[in-house]
Design a protein around this ligand. Structure first.
Ligand SMILES: [Zn+2]
Length: 304
């Protein structure tokens, strides 16, 4: 047997022999083998992912998993590779214990991940108890709202991050994002949305009173965000368990003088209880921030 015949003979090997062969492989190779076909999936005792980082791009298909169960997948979206077809049946097994899910869009500009591709990825994690969902530079422009709404099935998220993502035209992005994170409001400690001009003060107003565990709120680069967002977070501080909330409002329309006037106003719900201290925080370099401190010892640190 030579050349191509070797490949053909692999598929006619009995199950017991394939099991022995697969058992000799390393962790990452076991995952690769399990993605080949459903028969091999059943025969390889592949390790499940406890964390899953997926990057989608072109003409690089690769998979790896470390000893902690942190897995990474480079997925090529070209038709030749057929990666998404494999993932549609493989991911529900591989990701059933996944707690952290990260998706990064490495497509060249002008190309978009399709609705079907996002559906495969989100539906593949539908039975996982996700604690963290992280989307990096993902262009959701061609994705249907009901596909993205699969995230609403995750009701235990501690962290939801949309970093520099693009959203479909014709939907009210802010209201939509709030709606799909509502199921996790009780657990959310980190909410991060960056460089999205469709996010306004409505986001802070909605989450401030409804996320009792909130510790980190980031809206950097969202130009429509103003000091009203900070005001909502100050007013609701008694409703949160953590006594410190860190917020990032760099490159927004936040204005510390406006916030100062707002907390001095008779319309502010706790007049005279908050003071603002401009400061420079050292994090390797000096970063401008405002510390808002209340007489009941709760603090809101605002990076500006
Ligand atoms: Zn390819």
């Amino acid at each position: 047997m030579e050349g191509q015949n070797d490949l053909i003979s692999m598929s006619v090997l009995p199950n017991d022999l394939l099991r022995v062969i697969f058992s000799q492989l390393g962790r990452s190779d076991k995952v690769s083998v399990a993605m080949v076909c459903k028969r091999w999936l059943a025969l390889s005792d592949f390790p499940e992912a406890s964390g899953l980082s997926i990057s989608v791009g072109h003409c690089l298909c690769n998979v790896g998993i470390d000893e902690h169960g942190d897995a990474w997948l480079q997925v090529c979206l070209c038709k030749d590779h057929g990666s998404m077809a494999s993932l549609s049946w493989f991911l529900p097994y591989f990701a059933r214990s996944t707690e952290t899910f990260s998706l990064e869009d490495d497509l060249v500009s002008g190309e978009r991940i399709s609705n079907d591709d996002i559906f495969v990825l989100l539906a593949g994690c539908a039975h996982a108890q996700l604690k963290k969902a992280n989307f990096i530079k993902v262009d959701f422009g061609d994705v249907k709202p009901w596909t993205l709404a699969l995230l609403a099935n995750c009701s235990n998220l501690n962290e939801i991050i949309y970093e520099d993502c693009l959203f479909p035209n014709g939907i009210e992005v802010e209201r939509f994002l709030i709606r799909i994170m509502t199921t996790s409001f009780e657990c959310l400690s980190t909410i991060k949305i960056t460089n999205c001009n469709m996010v306004t003060d409505g986001l802070a107003r909605s989450v401030a009173r409804r996320c009792p565990l909130l510790e980190d709120f980031t809206v950097s680069g969202c130009k429509s965000v103003t000091s009203h967002s900070a005001l909502s977070l100050l007013e609701s501080s008694r409703l949160r368990k953590p006594t410190m909330l860190t917020t990032h409002m760099e490159n927004t329309s936040f204005d510390v003088n406006q916030l100062y006037r707002q907390i001095q106003s008779p319309y502010f719900c706790e007049p005279g209880t908050w003071k603002l201290m401009p400061m420079a925080i050292r994090i390797g370099y000096e970063k401008a921030a405002v510390m808002a401190q209340s007489t009941n010892q709760t603090c809101v640190l605002i990076y500006v």
